[in-house]
Design a protein around this ligand. Structure first.
Ligand code: GLN
Length: 193
């Protein structure tokens, strides 16, 4: 089993390390052919306007969106959450538009540009998850088809819908691999059965 990591920009190496720690092979996705034979795809953090433009330039936007619509498990962190969303508040930037979410970018304001918080995420067990937020977005509202896995002050910070998983934070920047494990065991494995 191989998991692709979109490698146009952002925290690619950190996601690869997390997958390696779990004994899973990672491949970099830089062109449409790289999508062949992967069992899941990770969209890393970075800068969503830039990454959207690069997705178009590398002819990846439509192929990834189509693979997602056809059931490829996709896990987006931070910028990845923005790209997965159908609605980005006050922005017409490029996106994959696969989740029925309304996303606010850089949503925590300047003072809170970057922070770490221990967050209770029931699907990961009773131990809180050390969530790192970097100029993070949040999901302002979502369709009922979206399942919120972490909500803080009425904002959704971790969510799933069908074959899509999205985190406003950066699990690849911590030693804790539970979010990657959750993606692998609940999205990828169930998908390849
Ligand atoms: N603020 C960035 C954006 O809008 C996301 C930041 C991140 O991925 N760490 O794309």
């Amino acid at each position: 089993m191989k998991i692709g990591i979109l490698a146009l920009q952002g925290a690619v190496r950190e996601h690869r390390n997390a997958l390696h720690q779990l004994g899973v092979e990672a491949v970099e996705v830089l062109n449409p052919e790289d999508l062949d034979g992967i069992s899941g795809l990770i969209l890393p953090g970075g800068e969503s306007t830039t990454m959207g433009k690069l997705l178009v330039r590398y002819n990846l936007l439509e192929p990834i969106a189509e693979a997602g619509r056809n059931g490829l498990p996709v896990f987006g962190t931070c910028t990845g959450l923005i790209l997965l969303s159908k609605h980005i508040i006050n922005s017409d930037q490029y996106r994959l538009g696969l989740m029925d979410t309304f996303v606010e970018r850089n949503a925590f304001g300047r003072q809170l540009a970057s922070f770490e918080a221990e967050m209770p995420i029931p699907v990961l067990g009773s131990k809180p998850f050390p969530a790192i937020f970097i100029r993070a977005p949040y999901i302002e509202k979502a369709d009922a088809r979206v399942n919120a896995l972490l909500t803080f002050e009425n904002k959704i910070l971790f969510a799933e819908q069908n074959n899509f998983l999205a985190a406003a934070f950066h699990p690849e920047l911590t030693e804790d691999t539970r979010v990657h494990e959750y993606f692998l065991s609940n999205f990828v494995q169930t998908n390849i059965k």
